[in-house]
Design a protein around this ligand. Structure first.
Ligand code: SAM
Length: 283
């Protein structure tokens, strides 16, 4: 049995499902994940949800410094004991969804990587928070549910293609590092998982004049899944049909196309057309 698993057993700690506590103990797998994450000795890492520290320890072996943020207060003394003597490790107790990320990562070398076996109950809001927090990130390397990985890697017109995939592919160049079967976790979750690596792009995948407008268009594209983009524009941007048709025309798009079929490039064209239309109205 791994050292961390033994510690958890000895402490009589019960896994909290409500906190997404599905721990990994297989040391070979954990070493492989750290290698997949591509962390080097010059790089600092933010780890979310260290749990018993089983991923934290090999991360510390590979990285320059690891800062781990854990919500569950019961795990803090265990982690402190397990990681004692490691000088390139710091631990904070808190909630990644409300913590002041700029403040807590203030001492990390920039850009830093986020590497984590994340709690699945916050997957989408967490990825969105990390990608919109404005911090200089090199990469996200995250364990997610397999279906979420499929979504993030999907293409226009596929079922998974939606706001999360657009956001991730716009800002990152995501790829699947490996599938991790449910049986590798303790306790096992209901579904298989996937380790996804998402290097941040130097520049977004497509250029848009106003990013805020781009994400408004993205919301419009997927709000009414089975309807045309023209209808989506009417509903989300409060346009009349004539205005929505004019916008589609400016972007060179067929008025009957569904929003869920639009590529990043087409969404960007629509976004710029929307920016332009608003500027003309304001004149
Ligand atoms: N890293 C460990 C491993 O791989 O075995 C544990 C991973 S477990 C899937 C998720 C961890 O995130 C748990 O330790 C849980 O307590 C912690 N957690 C849950 N919600 C959190 C939150 N909002 N902020 C920070 N940590 C959280």
């Amino acid at each position: 049995m791994s050292k961390t698993k033994e510690r958890i057993r000895e402490s009589n700690l019960r896994y909290r499902q409500s906190l997404g506590q599905n721990f990994l103990y297989d040391e070979d797998l954990l070493a492989t994940l750290v290698a997949d994450a591509g962390v080097g000795p010059e790089e600092d890492v933010l780890e979310i949800g260290p749990g018993a520290g089983s991923l934290t320890a090999p991360l510390c072996d590979a990285a320059h410094h690891v800062l781990s943020l854990e919500l569950d207060e019961r795990l803090i003394p265990l982690l402190e004991a397990f990681m004692a003597g490691r000088e390139n490790f710091s631990l904070l107790q808190g909630d990644v969804m409300t913590a002041n990320l700029a403040e807590i990562t203030g001492n990390l070398r920039r850009p830093f990587a986020v590497v984590a076996n994340i709690p699945y109950y916050i997957t989408t809001p967490l990825i969105t928070r990390l990608l919109t927090c404005g911090l200089p990130l090199s990469r996200l390397a995250l364990m997610v549910q397999k279906e979420v990985a499929e979504k993030i890697l999907s293409h226009p017109g596929e079922e998974g293609w939606g706001p999360l995939a657009v956001r991730c592919q716009y800002q990152c160049d995501p790829y699947l590092a490996r599938i991790v079967p449910a049986a590798c976790f303790t306790p096992p979750p209901k579904v298989d998982s996937a380790f996804l690596v998402m290097p941040l792009r130097q520049e977004p995948a497509v250029r848009v004049r106003e990013e805020k407008d781009f994400f408004q268009i993205v919301t419009a594209a997927f709000a009414l899944r089975r309807k045309t983009m023209t209808n989506g524009l009417c509903a989300s941007l409060h346009l009349n049909r004539e205005e929505a048709l004019a916008l589609m025309g400016r972007a060179g798009l067929d008025e009957k196309i569904r929003g869920e079929r639009l590529t990043l490039e087409e969404l960007a064209r629509l976004s710029d057309a929307w920016t332009e239309m608003k500027e003309e109205k304001d004149k």
